[in-house]
Design a protein around this ligand. Structure first.
Ligand code: IPD
Ligand code: CA
Ligand code: CA
Length: 261
C-alpha cells in the first residue's frame, strides 16, 4: 500500500511541477474567502485517486477537492496540493499529502515535496523516514532556542485575537516562529527535526492526516487544545516532542477562548 501511495504522490508531484511553469495561465477559483483552487489541484487529486483506486477498488476516499467517497474500512485522506497560495505565487513551499486510515486509525503517510524531491513516509509501528532514512523529532529541554512552525487563521477572523495571544506568548521565548504556508510540510518538518514544534487553529483532516502519523512515528506527540486527540474534529493542533508539546501547551493555554477548548 505504501508503494502505491508513493507512486500516486510522485505522479501528482509531476503534474504540479509541469503546471508550475505556466502558473500565470491557470484558471483560479475561490472556494471561500482566501481559499483558492486551480485545475492543478483537481488534476493532481484525480491522478492520486485513479492510481489508488486501480489497486484498491473497495477503499474509500476523503479528498479535499472531490470530498467523500465511501468504501470498506480503509479511507485514503488526500490533499493533492497543500500550499496552493504559495504555488500560485511561485513561493516554493508546497507538497502532496496522502494518508491511509483503517477503521479510523492512521496506517500510513506520505508527504511529497516535488521541488526538493523529498519524500516523507511513515507506517504505523514502522517509524518515519525522509528519502528512506529514519527521522526523529528533536528533544529540546526548553522553548529557548526552539524553532516553531505555525499557520495563521486567515480564513476566518474569529480566532485571530486568541491566535495573536498565543503568538506573542511564544515569539519572545523561542528562537523564532515560521509560517511557511503548507501545513503538511510543517508537520513533516517537525517529524524530521527541522522544526521543534508546531501549532495551528482550524486545519482540515487532509492538511494534517499524513503529518500526524509522521510525527507519531518520529517519536512526537500531538493533541488538540484540550490535550486530547480530537484534532480531526476541531482542526486545532499542537505538536512536538513530549517535552516541547508540554511547553507549548503551557504557553498557549492561557489564550484559549471557550470555542477553542
Ligand atoms: C492550507 C495550508 C496552510 C494552512 C491552511 C491550509 P491548502 O492548505 O496547509 O498552511 O494554514 O489552513 O488550508 O489550502 O493550500 O491546501
Ligand atoms: Ca491543505
Ligand atoms: Ca490543498
Amino acid at each position: 500500500m505504501l508503494n502505491i501511495a508513493i507512486r500516486a504522490a510522485r505522479n501528482a508531484g509531476d503534474i504540479i511541477q509541469r503546471a508550475s511553469e505556466n502558473v500565470g495561465q491557470l484558471k483560479i477559483n475561490f472556494k471561500t474567502q482566501n481559499d483558492y483552487v486551480t485545475e492543478v489541484d483537481r488534476m493532481a487529486e484525480q491522478e492520486i485517486i485513479n492510481v489508488i483506486h486501480t489497486s484498491f477498488p473497495n477503499h474509500g476516499f476523503l479528498a479535499e477537492e472531490s470530498g467523500k467517497q465511501s468504501g470498506d474500512d480503509y479511507v485514503w485522506i488526500i490533499d493533492p496540493l497543500d500550499g496552493t497560495t504559495n504555488f500560485l505565487h511561485g513561493f516554493p513551499v508546497y507538497a502532496v499529502s496522502i494518508a491511509l486510515q483503517h477503521k479510523n486509525k492512521l496506517q500510513l503517510a506520505v508527504v511529497y515535496d516535488p521541488l526538493k524531491d523529498e519524500l516523507f513516509t511513515a507506517e504505523k509501528g514502522g517509524g518515519a523516514m525522509l528519502n528512506n532514512r529514519k527521522i526523529r523529532v528533536t528533544q529540546p529541554n526548553s522553548l529557548k532556542g526552539a524553532l516553531i512552525g505555525t499557520g495563521f487563521p486567515f480564513k476566518s477572523k474569529k480566532n485571530l485575537a486568541a491566535y495573536l495571544g498565543m503568538f506573542s506568548a511564544l515569539v519572545g521565548d523561542t528562537a523564532g516562529i515560521r509560517r511557511a504556508g503548507a501545513a503538511a510540510l510543517d508537520l513533516a518538518y517537525v517529524a524530521s527535526g527541522r522544526l521543534d514544534g508546531f501549532w495551528e487553529i482550524g486545519l482540515q483532516p487532509w492538511d494534517m492526516a499524513a503529518g500526524i502519523l509522521l510525527i507519531q512515528e518520529a517519536g512526537g506527540v500531538l493533541t488538540d487544545f484540550s490535550f486530547k486527540d480530537q484534532y480531526f474534529q476541531s482542526g486545532n493542533l499542537i505538536a512536538g516532542s513530549p517535552k516541547m508539546h508540554q511547553l507549548m501547551y503551557k504557553a498557549i493555554e492561557p489564550h484559549l477562548t471557550d470555542n477553542l477548548r
